[in-house]
Design a protein around this ligand. Structure first.
Ligand SMILES: Cc1cc2nc3c(=O)[nH]c(=O)nc-3n(C[C@H](O)[C@H](O)[C@H](O)COP(=O)(O)O)c2cc1C
Length: 151
């Protein structure tokens, strides 16, 4: 099984899971960055709210990779404003993931489990989404158990 991990992480929570996936599946890892990095928590929240109001999604710094060689693509992100961050949505939309098996993983403080999955399903109508993992700081889910269950 040839695996890729695509993820964004501002403060390292999502990255820790990405690194565990890489170690377990010997995956190639592709961090995604917006053109202009986000700052601290409050300034990021203010910026995201502004982007939602103006309907302006930030540009990407990262070029979209070619996922043709992979059997599985893991996609990781922190929940922002209840769902997948806008620039990650842009990345997913631009990537050619049709026909691929996608395993999403999301981290949050409390919300966004079902809404993130719904967003992903809309973005990836021609992919097969399996083994969705969601964890939040209030009720952390076990990463190793999840990884061990992926067949
Ligand atoms: C701009 C912004 C918006 C956020 N929105 C939400 C949210 O809607 N729901 C939630 O549960 N957590 C929210 N969070 C918290 C993050 O999802 C959470 O801290 C995540 O685990 C951080 O992952 P990271 O360290 O990989 O960036 C938000 C954080 C930021 C910075």
């Amino acid at each position: 099984m040839k695996c890729a991990v695509v993820y964004y992480s501002k403060t390292g929570v999502t990255k820790r899971i990405a690194d565990q996936i890489q170690a377990k599946f010997n995956a190639d890892i592709y961090p995604v960055e917006p053109e202009k990095a986000y700052g601290g928590f409050l300034s990021s929240v203010a910026r995201v709210v502004g982007e939602k109001i103006s309907k302006k999604s930030p540009a990407l710094k990262t070029a979209v990779s070619d996922f043709a060689p992979y059997d599985i693509v893991f996609i990781g992100f922190p929940v922002w404003a209840g769902t997948v961050p806008d620039f990650m949505q842009t990345y997913i939309r631009k990537a050619n993931l049709a026909g691929k098996r996608i395993i999403p993983f999301a981290t949050a403080s409390t919300t966004g489990k079902e809404s993130s999955l719904k967003t992903l399903k809309a973005l990836l109508p021609d992919s097969t989404i399996t083994d969705y993992f969601y964890t939040n700081s209030r009720q952390p889910a076990d990463v190793q158990t999840w990884l061990d269950g992926i067949k």
